[in-house]
Ligand binder design. Structure first.
Ligand SMILES: Cc1ncc(COP(=O)(O)O)c(C=O)c1O
Length: 363
């Protein structure tokens, strides 16, 4: 927290709006949509909820296919599965670690030949780095397939000067406790299309019709963000740029002190955008370093330092064992060799030095 949040939270308490709606929610949506540069936004209980509402709006249903990045967090894909769809996973490209547009184009050609196109494409913006949105949307437009950006990890990131998620039909953001800005838990669905956001807002409030009594013509969800959490979000948005800079500083310090170590390299930053470095992620080449990723992780753990492997690709997850994957070896390699280092913005120089020293000793 930055301190600014308490002012907004106090205002929310004073107004006695302790509910999953209220003026803080409205204001948070407004400022958020200005921040990302999309016309409309709805504040929700989680990023997963936001993705679920987008899937429902796009009529993803039983027997449908959706195409998603394999290197992602499960919340990217589970909502399509709630709707009864089957995911197909696309490998990462080496530069961005995000959905490989060439493989996507190849898969769409194949789908077209087979006479069954996917309902939606869900590229993830991994670890604060944007996917190649223009290429992905160009490819998808040719087949009339909408794109929903999973920008849960990329608040504050940019692509060709636009905010992460812009260019997609709708974009999903997360304010989960581990994200660059947080409301403890929460999410946002944003779009230039008012209809999507109005409908998502309606469903998020149990699909209650505009009557004095409780009238329901369809089923909804209890997915709305609370006024208190939105107050936290308003304070957090004020420090977003500061946080991005701090995250990038943390990354640069790791890079300056570790990249001369043979067998260590860092997640590349693609030229088309500005990565937030939400997490600093490095790759270990065991043959050169003399220790593999797991040995490094355990050495850190022995010093009471938490680090985590890169996301385990979806096509390797037991729950998706029967799903199709296009390629997969790049994501597998990134999982095998990738380690997310402590990247919290409160990390002190001394703490970071300790992480660096422990890694250097692994050689
Ligand atoms: C890539 C990705 N997609 C989706 C989500 C889901 O967001 P939430 O935890 O807010 O439901 C997350 C984060 O948690 C994520 O990292």
């Amino acid at each position: 927290m930055s301190g600014a949040e308490t002012t907004f939270v106090a205002q929310a308490f004073e107004s006695n709006y302790i509910a999953p709606l209220g003026p803080m929610v409205d204001a948070f949506e407004q400022v958020f949509s200005e921040t990302v540069g999309m016309r409309h936004a709805v504040a929700l209980a989680s990023g997963t909820a936001a993705m679920h509402l987008a899937m429902r709006f796009l009529e993803v249903g039983r027997g449908d296919m959706v195409i998603a990045s394999t290197l992602t967090f499960v919340g990217s894909v589970s909502p399509a599965v709630y709707q009864g769809a089957e995911p197909v996973f696309i490998d990462s490209d080496r530069q961005s670690w995000n959905m490989n547009p060439d493989l996507l184009a190849e898969e769409l050609r194949r789908c077209d030949r087979n006479g069954k196109l996917p309902k939606v494409i869900i590229p993830t913006d991994l670890y604060g780095q944007c996917c190649d949105m223009d290429r992905i949307t160009d490819i998808c437009e040719a087949y009339g397939v909408p794109v929903v950006a999973d920008s849960a990890e990329a608040i504050g990131a940019s692509y060709k000067g636009r905010h992460a998620g812009v260019g997609a039909r709708a974009a999903v953001y997360s304010f989960n406790g581990n994200k660059i800005i947080t409301t403890s838990g929460g999410g946002m669905l944003a779009s230039d299309d008012r209809e999507i956001i109005d409908k998502a807002r309606f469903w998020s409030q149990q699909a209650r019709e505009l009557f004095p009594h409780y009238e329901h013509r369809e089923l909804g969800y209890n997915y709305r963000m609370s006024n208190i959490l939105a107050a936290i979000g308003r304070g957090q948005l004020q420090v977003l740029e500061e946080r991005v800079q701090k995250k990038r500083e943390i990354f640069e310090y790791y890079q300056a002190n570790l990249s001369n170590l043979p067998g260590i390299e860092f997640m590349p930053e693609v030229l088309y955008g500005r990565c937030t470095r939400w997490l600093t992620v490095m790759l270990v080449t065991p043959e050169t370093l003399g220790a593999d990723r797991e040995a490094v992780r355990l050495a850190l753990e022995a010093e009471n330092i938490e680090s985590r492997p890169v996301w385990k690709p979806m096509h390797m997850q037991p729950v998706f064992k029967d799903c199709r994957v296009v390629g997969g070896s790049v994501a597998e390699d990134l999982f095998e060799r990738g380690l997310c280092l402590p990247s919290g913005t409160q990390l002190s120089r001394n703490e970071q030095d300790k992480v660096i020293e422990t890694i250097r000793k692994c050689r």
